[in-house]
Design a protein around this ligand. Sequence first.
Ligand code: BG6
Length: 474
Amino acid sequence: PSPADHVIVVFGATGDLARRKLLPGLFHLAKAGLMPQRYRIVGSAPAAEALGDDAFRAHAREAVAEFGRSRPEGPEWQQFESALSFGAADADAAEPLVNAVREAERAVGGSPRRLFHLAVPPVAFTSMVELLGATGLARGARVIVEKPFGTDLASARALNAAIHAVFDESRVFRIDHFLGKEAVDNILALRFANGLFEPLWNRDHISHVQIDVPEQIDIQGRAHFFEGTGTFRDMIVTHLFQLLGFVAMEPPVTFDAQALRDEQVKVFRSMRPLDPAHVVRGQYTGYRAEPGVDPASDTETFAALRVEIDNWRWAGVPFHLRSGKALAQGRHVVTLGLREPVLGMFPLDARAAASGRGNELVIDFADPGSVTARFLVKEPGPSMQLAEAEMVFGYRGSFTADNSLEGYEHLLLEAMLGDQSFFTRSDGIERLWEVSAPLLESPAPVEPYAPGTWGPDRIDALVAPYRWHLPDAH
Ligand code: BG6
């Protein structure tokens, strides 16, 4: 299905996210023929950062040239560019925006859908939403809200209340771009479209789960954002917990947004409130010397933790989560460790014995994504000795047409289509803050780690008797 005609308004159009993801993503959708037949995109920002239409088009061209998948040229680019305009908006002066939206609607004709994307820092969310209510722009519109959604339970509740005063929940799209990644959505296909995996997907067969998203990049000059956020809020409460919802959920009764999100929220409700003793907060050495960082900063650039899910399927199975900046590798990996057979009858070769890993299912969700099953086989030769082997499905090379969309591209399209399946719901978000409260209220001090490592020393003790599956020896 293709989306109805739209006027899309991007708040924060001059910001980092718009430059890196939103403008290039929208252009990619246009190139792929996935935009509505008729649309306009209105950029917006406070008057102090306002651009004219031409300057905004030039800004978009540079953004696409730097971060896009294809060059901003040719008739497709010209068509896209001609759909761009700009309208400044401050809380007390929104006229330029209102005029720009009206004009865009006239240009599209008929009664196009309005879609607002709030790519602004959390402190600006509420006043933007109020502005949309007060000007009448919100009428019939949908809104995409960026993460982090609040900083704790109280602020998330306040934010939800402010949003619901203007937008019904059915029109709110809280974006978490991990849920738009092909290989993350494939977790649902893997589990619920096959008889092969799901029967094993429980505490009887799985001993532990790891969701590991180390990043090699440091904070890349984003001190202002990062100091007030930290890895726990930036990555764990948002991306990694959402992912955990997909890995751990029960089969939904149907595959629609409500059923899917009901199951996800049930997982969150079953999560035991975090025990600060099972959390390692780390900070890379040198972080405090970054420009804009408080020399005594206690902000974590790394977090590793154990999550327990108190339900029938997962009781007793630890979920280990890790993410951090300036680590040894940039990876996106979910590993399910399977229990050993009840009896070890065969000698292992040296490597298999040393790895101590046994069977595992590894979902690598870095684009383009892969799934690997690791198991033991008989080594060729006269004796019954075992060696490690694997079976791999890789997106690259498995499909001839590359129709894949990146997280933001996929989710922008879903928002235009009005499908909330891969967006987070207010009750789920509030529950995640509730689960996080013990840690937020009494955070352990940060532990230092050297850039280029896998985090502070204590992370190994956190997962004992298991071990981190990264770095992988394979
Ligand atoms: C963003 C975080 O949401 O996700 C960044 O704010 C992080 O700090 C990024 O680097 C990671 O996204 P991806 O898709 O590159 O893994």
